[in-house]
Ligand binder design. Structure first.
Ligand code: HEC
Length: 197
């Protein structure tokens, strides 16, 4: 059914073609489970945008949807769409970005190698009793686990703000940056870093 009705435009591998969308990456298809979102598109078409309405019955659309969902979405067909290089940024722009980010507050800091980064530590202040400090092992909404200086693990139940928990993560400035990088920054930085390898 797919081969007869859809492959001509969306490709036999469902990855699309000139002006026709890749179905495997289409959000609508990713959210579809059993054809319920695909059906209206097929049955009503999008005449103004090159997708014809087709009188395909619901059971057939369910089968077509199952076929489309059977493709692996991760990875890509190496026979087509293979990028010549994933390094697509501008190394000069990347270098400039690297230098300003490094000079700026909350930037890259020193040239510490990843393996030299000290582990995150945590200070837990119970409602009564002394503060406890150690290396952070695990934290979620319900518990926090740390190892003390002597290697002993301690776990505290968490209930809202009690006990008080303060995490000291040396990589936090990096993690904060993740939300501020644009795709272009990342591509340029990567292109620059490749040149200094
Ligand atoms: C004549 C070419 C053609 C045929 C045949 C065709 N399509 Fe399309 N299809 C398109 C085009 C062009 C679009 C993009 C429409 C748009 O921009 O909204 C599209 C869009 C879609 C979308 C929506 C994607 C999205 O991101 O919103 C789905 C789902 C889809 N087609 C499924 C199918 C299925 C299933 C078949 C076979 C039953 C089929 N199409 C047959 C051309 C075609």
């Amino acid at each position: 059914m797919y081969g007869v009705n859809c492959a001509f435009c969306h490709g036999s591998d469902a990855r699309g073609g000139e002006g026709r969308p890749n179905l495997l990456r289409a959000e609508l298809v990713l959210n579809d489970r059993n054809g319920e979102l695909i059906a209206p598109v097929v049955q009503n078409g999008r005449a103004d945008r090159g997708m014809p309405a087709m009188a395909v019955s619901m059971p057939r659309i369910v089968d077509i949807a199952a076929f489309v969902h059977s493709f692996r979405v991760g990875g890509y067909d190496v026979s087509r769409m293979r990028p010549p290089s994933i390094v697509v940024g501008d190394p000069k722009a990347g270098e400039a970005y690297f230098k300003t980010a490094r000079a700026g507050r909350g930037g890259f800091g020193g040239p510490a190698a990843a393996s030299n980064v000290p582990p995150a530590t945590v200070t837990v202040t119970p409602a009564s009793g002394p503060k406890v400090e150690g290396r952070l092992v695990r934290i979620d909404d319900f518990i926090v686990t740390l190892t003390l200086a002597d290697g002993m693990p301690r776990t505290f139940r968490r209930d809202g703000e009690t006990p008080k928990v303060a995490i000291h993560d040396p990589l936090q400035p990096h993690k904060d940056l993740l939300r501020r990088y644009s795709d272009t920054d990342i591509h340029n930085l990567t292109a620059y870093l490749v040149t200094v390898k």
